[in-house]
Design a protein around this ligand. Sequence first.
Ligand code: PEP
Ligand code: MG
Length: 509
Amino acid sequence: MNVFVGKTVYPGAAVGKAAIASYVKCKHDGLYDASAQKERYFKAKGLVKKDLVSLCANEFSNDVYDIIKSYILILEDEEYDSFVSTILEVERSSAECAVKKASEHFAAQLKKSGDEYIKGRVSDVYDLSDRIRTTLKEISEPESVQKEEGPVILVSEYMSVTEIIKRGKENIAGLISTKNTLHSHASIVARSLGIPAIIVNEIEDISTLEGSSILIDGYEGKVYINPDEETIKEKLSQSAEAVSYDADIKVYANVQSAEDVAEAIKNGADGIGLFRTEFIYLGKDNFPTEEDQFEIYKAAAINAAGKDIVLRTADLGDDKTPAYLETNGLRAIKLCLSMPDMFKTQLRALLRASNYGNISIMFPMISSMDEVAEVKKILDEVKAGLRDKNIAFNDSIKTGAMIETPAAVEISDTLAKEFDFFSVGSNDLTQFTLGVDRLNSEEEKFYNQKDPKVIELIKTTVNAAHRAGITVGICGELASDVSFMRELKEIGFDYISVSVPVLERIKCK
Ligand code: PEP
Ligand code: MG
């Protein structure tokens, strides 16, 4: 029996067989399994080639035949395949991203040629790359998450939000990771789902654990490899210290599904302070349609039973990047504004659902008045479109801004005139105030949501909101630190918003 000591993400004891996570983190391009992405690439390329070959059966002029044939030749180029494969293996990027990089690389080489004919092939390379990428989007992700017998202990280096969501809570007994951080979105998801989870830096090669029996003791922050029966029995019989806190402030809940909304309300939540809608995108193999989203938001609105429910527009990007989303390095509202069709689809679904409950819309990572103007313009356009089609929605729906950058705090007086409420995202506010990457385990010791500078910015935000007469809550993890609840009330928050398991430790009024 080997024992490792680590940091607890979520307490609790669990035992199961180790399964090594399929996804590997790539900071700027999501989380991808290289062999699964290669499979997608070759499949997409095969489909594009089949299309081109069948085109040759048509009657074209010789020029057109030549172009189609040159396309086929590029597709047969082994150098191109090997470049794509290397990117997939080394960078663990998505197939879409690897194809883009490959085409840029080969186009750059062609551009250097003195031969005008060869230079002219640059647009062919780009055209083909577009065709492969469009085809890739039509191909769903291969089933990279294999089904194991019973719930497993999922072991990874960087924990993937996508993998947790795709496997589902019922299939995961516990989580171990070696390079994850306490404030990553994967850790937040583990806590919100109540899955025992530990970060252990000392395990060097996680692949050696595949299939081993593993015991997680999240109360003591220990991981046992091949534990004996006695230890399993002893650790599984422990239970959490039952300290409960009296809430003398409104307590809302942070959720990620319509079912969570029902559970939170059942557990006494005064409302829903943060519905992280990006998880809907992460659980799918392609963009969720307006109808998909409408059904989820409508169910969420109904499950909130007349209480406030704040839905945050997709905070995608960084560690929340689905494979089908070709990343451009942007995150949250900046990503949505760069993809207006995706943003409008979500806004339409949200507005339509506003007819079924007390929905507000909140925008993540707002940091300038230009962004606010753009967001409002798009929201107005979407509203006008619904009005034109006589589709019912709440025209005076409340909107809010997440305050999670020092820039947003700086302009909080002006921002407060544009929104009905603020919600402080202390997770990102801490990262951007202290210059500490919340996904880098080496920097974790510098990450402190109670740092005096962070608290000062939080107070500035609360005061600005109240000066303008709008509501202000906090939905970052600082709100889930129940021992800090009194201070948050003293700072002047109108409500705190905590993860669902934390609700059980709070006696709501
Ligand atoms: C935050 O940054 O505090 C927040 C609630 O948003 P997220 O953790 O989803 O980035
Ligand atoms: Mg945030």
